[in-house]
Design a protein around this ligand. Structure first.
Ligand code: ZN
Length: 415
């Protein structure tokens, strides 16, 4: 590395360590910020010589990154931003901290994917899904897909792992007017992990016609855009690879959605030459991801924490949660997005028949939504009150970002 980059990297590590020592989180944002101030090209310098995978999408990227890093770990040391700092400051910090590693697997905020592709020259990019998120500030889904597509057209040698079930992703991974060619191109590998949320992809991003669905299939009624045949699929607790071989995937993470994340991770690792046979056992070692899916016993209740940030991830959380008393907690602080109108995009009907409790800064917004949705609920002032209000046994907690952090902090104080 050039001298400036070496100095920047060293200062970045020190700043992050100081921040951690001062109890201000993991320090990756401030460390990366200082490093990039000293050398604006630092991320590119730190990326040189590493084989890098980038993982992006609205949902599932933290978990998929963790699983993919575990899978690529078969080959050697892997640098990764495991705490969700998924912007260039976080990537810079993660690579500086890891020192020299042959591999890196980085979670990337979807808004920054184009910029991070430019800086890191990745070997492979995984595109998970695109759906509405943080209505007050995120880009429209179609604009996001356009940004991704433009970035990938500028880097035709990048290998792409993309979700065949998401029309917006398929379009983003496909250059203009050549859908059919690109779908059979060797550098795009399609996976199918199912997609519950369809409400951001009824309109074709290519021609504006309606997209129709039947079973797993979808197709545009006005142009050739349609679901490509996936090479990696999910099947009853297992993953099927492009040769047709089935691997049992035993995860400690709940839900079919995580088996889908595992399939994506295996597809990413395969681009580095990792065989699923070698990687699968490592996926089972992943327990919780930044506190998500963590289980804590409290007063005879087994509490499980699920993070859900936007309508698509709420649908997935309902799938992961057991049929048990469920606490929903909603805030609308800055990291959550300030607009809670998205609550009306979520169908809470799957919760009917369970004991439902609500809390959080914006519990009353949630109350209105549940009332309209005909889901009985009980308001509780705190997490503690929720624990007391349910019988011994399991308590599922589904919370959005800062609400989740609040509950984690409360649990940490006790445990
Ligand atoms: Zn179309």
């Amino acid at each position: 590395m050039p001298l400036r980059a070496k100095v920047a990297s060293s200062v970045s590590r020190t700043a992050a360590a100081l921040s951690r020592a001062a109890g201000r989180g993991d320090g990756s944002v401030i460390g990366g910020w200082i490093g990039l101030k000293i050398d604006p090209e630092l991320l590119a310098h730190l990326s040189a010589g590493r084989a890098i995978a980038l993982i992006s999408g609205t949902n599932g990227k933290t978990t998929t990154t963790r699983l993919a890093a575990a899978a690529v770990g078969v080959l050697g040391r892997v640098a990764t931003n495991s705490f969700g700092a998924n912007m260039p400051t976080g990537h810079t910090s993660a690579l500086a901290k890891a020192g020299s590693t042959p591999y890196a697997v980085l979670e990337v905020d979807e808004h920054y994917l184009a910029q991070v592709i430019e800086a890191t020259d990745p070997h492979v990019v995984a595109l998970l899904n695109l759906s509405r998120d943080q209505l007050d500030r995120a880009k429209e889904v179609a604009m996001m897909a356009q940004l991704w597509r433009a970035a990938l057209i500028r880097h035709p040698d990048v290998r792409i792992i993309a979700n065949a079930d998401d029309p917006m992703v398929v379009w983003a991974a496909t250059p203009p007017a050549t859908h059919d060619q690109r779908i059979t191109a060797p550098h795009v590998t399609w996976f199918s992990a199912g997609q519950r949320w369809h409400d951001d992809s009824w309109v074709c991003p290519e021609c504006g016609s309606t997209i129709q669905r039947s079973g797993d299939q979808w197709w545009c009624t006005g142009c050739p855009l349609r679901r490509p045949d996936p090479q990696w699929t999910v099947d009853d607790q297992g993953v099927v690879d492009p040769t047709g071989a089935w691997y049992k995937v035993k995860l400690q993470l709940p839900g079919k959605v995580n088996v889908g994340n595992a399939a994506t991770a295996l597809a990413v690792a395969a681009e580095f030459g990792v065989r699923p046979f070698d990687a699968v056992p490592r996926l089972g070692d992943v327990t919780s991801v930044a506190g998500r899916y963590a289980q804590v016993v409290r007063d005879g209740r087994t509490v499980r924490l699920l993070l859900a940030k936007n309508p698509a991830s709420w649908l997935e959380a309902f799938d992961m949660a057991d049929e048990a008393p469920t606490l929903l907690s909603i805030n609308a602080r800055d990291p959550d997005g300030l607009d809670t109108s998205w609550l009306f995009d979520v169908d809470f009907a799957p919760l009917r028949g369970r004991q439902v409790l609500i809390t959080g800064d914006r519990a009353y917004d949630l109350a209105v939504r549940l009332e309209v949705n005909d889901v009985p609920f009980q308001y509780v002032r705190s997490f503690d009150d929720a624990v007391r209000a349910v019988p011994p046994g399991r308590l599922e907690v589904i919370a959005n970002y800062t609400a989740f952090q609040d509950i984690r902090a409360e649990l940490d104080r006790v445990n």
